[in-house]
Each structure stands twice: as structure tokens, then as C-alpha cells.
Design a protein around this ligand. Structure first.
Ligand code: BTN
Length: 324
């Protein structure tokens, strides 16, 4: 809890002395120093400025559940199940899954930080506090799994719609649902399904969106990574506003998906498809092979053209763009 309070004290970007922090929190300066180290270990580049004290290199906004609720259009607010902002969860998606049947449709969980954030294929998802967004949404469907094909691609489109509403340009989609810019990965989407094959079923949709990455976080990411600060010319949009736009886009987009399936998203996906006509290397159940991106089909399967000119449909694979 002290770490959360300390981050709130430093959020303006102004320097605050260890003595003032200790006095305001009713703890020793050593306890403050320990929490500074904890936040640093989590990825926050807190600077020590001698007698002036501690400071962040830029201001940040902590998530504010009430501000997010107030900023949502009434029509969206009325459709949400839960809307919760936590300081720390192991993983917003794991938490929604643990709630099972108790979680209402269109429940949204956000956390300032995750201690065990999960990416696709069992990879960890770095989740420093205060910098990025970690959001999971539960969506229930009456239909079975077959009707949900293309859902994870549709979520990528939904993330881009949210970014477009913020005036952020320069991001595209790498099948199935990575949101990338020329500099690297901007957002990751993890869709986990549960329920009956014939329906009803539920999707826990986890989204990690980078607003501000430090050099150290980029190095730890294990792949090129990008943030909204870079795309917005240095300063990311307000974190609560990004959360509002993302939640709004999810509520509207998931309703659209429930009504029309992936058909309602195919044109938007094609407009932002970063793999189309690119030389690709694929690895998966069919082994490793090279091909050229040829869009996605009506179910959201990746289409690739092989060297002999034939088309192959891919449901699951790791895809990288080969250097030309
Ligand atoms: C990917 O590997 O590209 C998917 C990353 C998904 C990360 C998000 S952050 C919110 C939610 N909670 C998690 O533990 N994972 C997802």
C-alpha cells in the first residue's frame, strides 16, 4: 500500500524530499527508501536528486475509477458489469477467471500493476505500475465457440479504434492480434475462452497497452516494443482517458461482434493488416515454412501464398516478417 501512496506523491513529476515523504506517510525515511527501491525494481525510473529528494522524469496519472466511470458515455456505463480499478493483481485476466459465474457480462478489471501478468504462449507480460494499461474484460456469448472465430482479431481492431479516437496514428495489426508500430509492439491481446462448445460460453479478453516504456523496460521486453508516448510525439495521452476510450470501444465493439461476428471487422482489419504482401516465416503445427501474407478469411484465419502460388489457411502459428 505504501508503494501506491509513494507513487501518488511522485506523480506530478516534482521532486519530493525523503523527509517530507516520511512525515506525510508516518514512516521512517528508511521505509520510504525501501519503497523507492521496490518501485524501481518494478520498472519506475525514480531519480534521487540529493536534498531535493526523489522525482520521476515526467508526470504520470494514476488510474482513477471514478474519473473513468464519469468519463464513459452513459449508454456504455449502463451496459457494464463491474468496473474495478485495483492497485495490484497477479493478473487482471486470472482474477476475472477466478470469479467465474459470479462475474457479470461486460465486467472490466484494471490494475495499476500485475505481479504475474500473462502474455500469449505462456510468456510473461511486464506490468510496471503507473506507466501502461492492464485491462481485462469478460464477455458472455449465447453462441458456442464456433461463432467466436475471429474474436481475437476483432479485439485488435477494437484497440485500434480506441487509439484512433485519441488521435493516435501509426499503429497496425499483425495477425492474429498484435498491435504494432514501425518501432515495435504497442499492445498485446490475450483471449481465453471457457464454457460449452455449443454455447453458452465466455471470453476473458486481456489487453496490455504500452503508454510509456523506459529503456530498461524495452530491453526486458524480449522483442521490439513501442509506446503511445512515442507515437504521440513525446507525451502519452492521459491514462484515464485512454482507459475510457478502450472500455468504450470494447463495449461497442463486442456488441457489434455478438451481432455480426468477424464480418463487421474484416474491412477494418484489412485496412490495418501489416502482414499483407509481406514475406513471412511461419512456425507451428505444420513445421516451419516461408510464404507471403495474403490477408485473412471470413473466420479470421491467416491466408498465405506459398512459393508455388497456392493459398494456405493458417489457424494458429508464430509469424515473423522476413527481411526482404
Ligand atoms: C501478448 O502476449 O501479446 C498478450 C499480452 C496480454 C497482456 C494483458 S495485460 C492485461 C491482461 N492480464 C494479463 O495477465 N494478461 C493480459
Amino acid at each position: 500500500m505504501l508503494a501506491q501512496r509513494l507513487l501518488a506523491e511522485l506523480a506530478s513529476g516534482a521532486a519530493v524530499s525523503g523527509a517530507a515523504l516520511a512525515e506525510r506517510s508516518g514512516v521512517t525515511r528508511a521505509a520510504i527508501w525501501k519503497q523507492v527501491e521496490t518501485l524501481r525494481a518494478r520498472g519506475l525510473p525514480i531519480e534521487a536528486r540529493g536534498p531535493a529528494g526523489y522525482r520521476l522524469p515526467w508526470p504520470l496519472q494514476l488510474l482513477d475509477g471514478q474519473a473513468i466511470r464519469d468519463g464513459l458515455p452513459a449508454a456504455v456505463r449502463g451496459r457494464l458489469g463491474a468496473l474495478e480499478v485495483h492497485w495490484e493483481l497477479d493478473s487482471t485476466s486470472s482474477e476475472l477467471q477466478r470469479r467465474g459465474a459470479a462475474a457479470a457480462d461486460l465486467s472490466m478489471l484494471l490494475a495499476e500493476t500485475q505481479s504475474a501478468g500473462r502474455g500469449r504462449r505462456g510468456r510473461p507480460w511486464l506490468s510496471p505500475p503507473g506507466l501502461n494499461l492492464y485491462l481485462s474484460c469478460l464477455k458472455r456469448f449465447e453462441q458456442g465457440f464456433a461463432a467466436l472465430s475471429g474474436l481475437s482479431l476483432a479485439v485488435g481492431v477494437i484497440v485500434l479504434r480506441a487509439l484512433e479516437s485519441l488521435g493516435i496514428e501509426g499503429a497496425g495489426l499483425k495477425w492474429p492480434n498484435d498491435v504494432l508500430s514501425a518501432q515495435g509492439k504497442l499492445a498485446g491481446v490475450l483471449v481465453e475462452l471457457s464454457g460449452e462448445y455449443q454455447g453458452p460460453c465466455a471470453a476473458v479478453i486481456g489487453i496490455g497497452l504500452n503508454l510509456r516504456l523506459t529503456e530498461a523496460l524495452r530491453a526486458q521486453a524480449g522483442q521490439p516494443a513501442c509506446d503511445l508516448a512515442t507515437l504521440a510525439g513525446g507525451t502519452p495521452p492521459d491514462r484515464n482517458l485512454v482507459a475510457i476510450r478502450l472500455i468504450g470501444a470494447l463495449a461497442d465493439g463486442l456488441d457489434q461482434f455478438e451481432r455480426d461476428g468477424f464480418a463487421g471487422f474484416g474491412a477494418d482489419f484489412a485496412r490495418h493488416d501489416l502482414l499483407r504482401d509481406r514475406p513471412l516465416r511461419l512456425s507451428g503445427a505444420l513445421g516451419e515454412f516461408d510464404a507471403t501474407g495474403a490477408g485473412v478469411d471470413a473466420r479470421g484465419a491467416l491466408q498465405v501464398r506459398l512459393a508455388d502460388g497456392s493459398l494456405r489457411s493458417i489457424d494458429s502459428a508464430d509469424v515473423t516478417v522476413r527481411r526482404a
